[in-house]
Design a protein around this ligand. Structure first.
Ligand SMILES: C[S@@+](CC[C@H](N)C(=O)[O-])C[C@H]1O[C@@H](n2cnc3c(N)ncnc32)[C@H](O)[C@@H]1O
Length: 269
């Protein structure tokens, strides 16, 4: 946890965290593109991806806005930004900053986007206030957030269920909400955005899919927080991780990930 920044983000930047976020982003790409399609032509737009991590959707935005457009990725994690800058398109820049108080000028973006930030860091209302401030009049504010309660594996397994409960409990205990998707439409409407739209997506994962290690690897990134909060002891955690990974490696096992709510609306003109 980085105390100089607002919010309660509990995921550590352990070795493997960049890879975990990239695999997740790759799996989500078709759904992210389906949302961007709904925005219409984006040539020349100025876009901001708040809490972009090592890439976020900055690459997808860069391709849509073209050479005359501009994409800014903002994150509090210097290691993620260093990685992101190495692969950045010519129309993209990455900035170190706080999602809740970016310091960027009012009304400067056609699109302000956040994926898995309001749920994992908490206080979506405050993030939405900042996003609204940054969007141009009539600009789009878009959020993509998960509902972790839809994580189910088949055949069921107690280690999977244990890790799922732990995942949800860590976020809840620190004041974040990995089930934010359920109330996202409400929260965005309450923030005063107009013409609010709502899409959902649910990914299915098999042993052969890149996202197979999603649950164990996310819990690995929450290890320090889970132990500090006293939600599990280290040997139980290691046992659950090993048993869950053994189960997910079986060719007949599958699981559904978190459902993702994509909700976007426009600021007043
Ligand atoms: C779950 S990751 C998602 C990364 C990216 N949006 C994606 O979908 O691949 C959440 C990101 O939000 C960033 N973050 C959390 N709290 C933040 C804050 N207060 N200011 C800036 N970035 C923050 C984290 O560093 C992390 O990169």
């Amino acid at each position: 946890m980085t105390s100089a920044f607002s919010g309660n983000y509990p995921l550590e930047q352990r070795t493997g965290e960049i890879e975990r976020l990239l695999v997740q982003g790759q799996a989500m790409t078709p759904e992210a593109l389906a949302m961007l399609d709904r925005f219409g032509p984006m040539r020349g737009w100025h876009c901001l991806d708040i809490g972009c991590g090592p890439r976020g959707v900055t690459d997808l935005l860069a391709a849509r806005v073209g050479a005359n457009g501009r994409v800014v990725g903002l994150d509090m994690n210097p290691g993620f930004l260093e990685f992101a800058r190495r692969e950045a398109a010519a129309n993209t820049e990455f900035r170190h900053g706080d999602a809740y108080g970016t310091g960027l000028p009012d009304g400067s973006f056609d699109l302000v986007h956040m994926r898995f930030v309001a749920s994992t860091a908490g206080d979506p209302e405050r993030l939405l206030r900042e996003a609204k401030r940054l969007a141009k009049p009539g600009g789009i504010v878009a959020l993509q957030e998960p509902d972790g309660s839809t994580l189910h594996c088949y055949p069921p397994h107690p280690a999977f269920d244990r890790l799922k409960s732990l995942l949800l409990a860590v976020f809840k205990t620190v004041g974040a909400d990995l089930e934010l998707a359920r109330r996202l439409y409400f929260v965005v409407r309450q923030a005063g955005l107009r013409d609010v739209q709502y899409r959902t997506a649910l990914l299915a994962v098999r042993a052969t899919d890149p996202m197979v290690d999603y649950l164990p690897s996310t819990v690995e990134s929450l290890r320090a927080a889970a132990l500090k909060l006293g939600l599990i002891d280290e040997s139980d955690l290691d046992t659950a991780l090993a048993e869950c990974r053994r189960h997910l490696a079986k060719p007949d096992t599958s699981f559904t990930t978190y459902a993702v709510a994509q909700v976007w609306g426009r600021t007043a003109t």
